[in-house]
Design a protein around this ligand. Structure first.
Ligand SMILES: [Zn+2]
Length: 447
């Protein structure tokens, strides 16, 4: 039986800021390896097969020999907007870019990764139109289409190990073609012969790479497929390139479109605001959440456990994205923050626990937040008989209005702690499935 494993996301927390989403570079495998594979996804924001494949490489592959660097979100701003390129085509800015171009620093940063002397191969993942074929079959299957192919700019370059670009691409093509889901999906090799006068391709990432003696390939899924199918073919090709470089890996899911779909859906778990002050789980989250404490006079600051998770300011609200999917909108309440407290004592189903802010506790029946001098407890959606702090009260699920839950399943609720008007932090309470779901009733106050 295939053992499903999810590898922990080991990279450093990704600090991102709302207004400008920078790409992230994830270094996997052996630290001091001299021969690195660099994989780039999301150069165009409307090609989810490529950026999801690169993301799965980050989240669900363990590199056991060799090293792989992955940029799963090169054009992150365009990914969340489902745009090919918000500031024009990023893959046409490698020969020349104006200094005042908003993507200038993106180009400079990715060029320096490509030029790192240890990088021995560069893969740029795309979703192309239709199906590439050597000869014309019909409108969607012909030599001018890009889908289902490995792209090389020329047959070979000077390189000690991987200079035979066409031969390597042919090898990858054969590997993919042994694993087709349908014989119509056949993979090809397309040589753009860029140096012979293709002015557009001469501005591209892969051509920049080969000009600098770095073996580089495009991989094209097909826009005719759903994302899991595109991702399947990307991963097949990626794995063959890794094998060619002697890179060994373990994959945390079975290689099939269904398993890939599940892996994509399950891998983004949470965002955390301001260094563990506020936790938000992503799965089943409500579409719209109100009164989210955001620091006064500053932009929202967060960490996410997935490279495609982002929070973006949208008019008065903030919006959470997972790749190109909008997950939830957050209506902010601008507050000052208090940094004097990181934990609070809570009685959970009868046992005393110290609960850290930014965490989630499981509750079978009830909980009680212990009062702490100088601090006020606010359970969001709780029917409060005292109108002051909600500490020292036994709280059951039936005491909280369902509509205030964080999740659509109406099981997860926010408990927030304040010092005067300043927000000190919060934790989440996750009620057991069997916890009562009656209409709200006034809670009992502990004597
Ligand atoms: Zn593309």
């Amino acid at each position: 039986m295939f053992l499903v494993k999810i590898f922990a996301f080991l990279a450093l927390p990704i600090f991102l800021f709302a207004s400008n989403l920078d790409f992230t570079l994830h270094k996997k495998g052996e630290d001091k390896n001299e021969s690195i594979l660099l994989v780039i996804g999301g150069i165009q924001g409307d090609e989810p097969g490529g950026f999801n494949a690169a993301s799965l490489l980050v989240t669900h592959y363990k590199i056991t020999k060799g090293s792989v660097w992955v940029v799963p979100n090169l054009n992150f701003n365009s990914i969340v907007e489902r745009s090919r390129g918000l500031f024009g085509d990023l893959n046409r800015k490698f020969a020349h870019i104006e200094k005042d171009d908003p993507e200038y620093s993106t180009i400079e940063r990715i060029k320096s990764a490509i030029l790192d002397e240890r990088v021995d191969m560069v893969l740029n993942l795309h979703d192309g139109s239709g199906f590439y074929r050597d000869s014309y079959i019909d409108e969607m299957r012909n030599p001018n289409r890009w889908g289902q192919s490995c792209i090389v700019d020329q047959e070979q370059i000077e390189h000690e190990k991987y200079g035979e670009l066409s031969k390597i691409a042919e090898d990858v093509k054969e590997h993919v073609n042994k694993n087709l889901l349908d014989s119509e999906h056949i993979f090809g090799v397309r040589n753009t012969r860029t140096s012979e006068g293709d002015e557009e391709m001469a501005k591209s990432l892969t051509y920049f790479a080969i000009q600098n003696n770095k073996p580089a390939f495009g991989i094209e899924g097909s826009k005719s497929f759903d994302t899991p199918f595109r991702t399947y073919y990307h991963l097949l090709a990626l794995e063959r390139y890794m094998q060619i470089m002697g890179i060994e890996y373990e994959r945390g899911f079975e290689m099939s479109p269904v398993a890939i779909k599940n892996a994509i859906e399950d891998s983004a778990q949470k965002v955390v605001l301001y260094d563990n002050k506020f936790l938000l789980p992503i799965k089943d989250v409500r579409n719209y959440l109100k009164f989210i404490p955001v620091k006064k006079d500053s932009d929202i600051e967060y960490t996410a456990d997935h490279p495609l998770l982002a929070i973006v300011k949208k008019d008065k609200d903030y919006r959470i994205y997972y790749g190109n999917k909008g997950v939830a909108s957050l209506s902010p309440e601008y507050l000052e923050y208090d940094d004097s407290l990181n934990t609070i004592d809570v009685n959970i189903d009868g046992s005393e626990k110290v609960v850290s802010f930014g965490s989630m506790i499981d509750v079978k029946s009830n909980f009680l937040v212990k009062s702490k001098k100088g601090y006020r407890v606010n359970i969001i959606g709780f029917l409060n008989p005292k109108k002051t702090s909600e500490a020292d009260i036994i709280v059951k699920k039936s005491n909280i209005m369902n509509s205030f839950s964080v999740d659509k399943k109406e099981r997860i609720y926010r408990v927030e702690i304040y010092k005067d008007d300043k927000f000190s932090g919060m934790f989440l309470v996750n009620f057991d499935e069997k916890a009562t779901t009656n209409s709200p009733q006034v809670a009992s106050i502990k004597e």
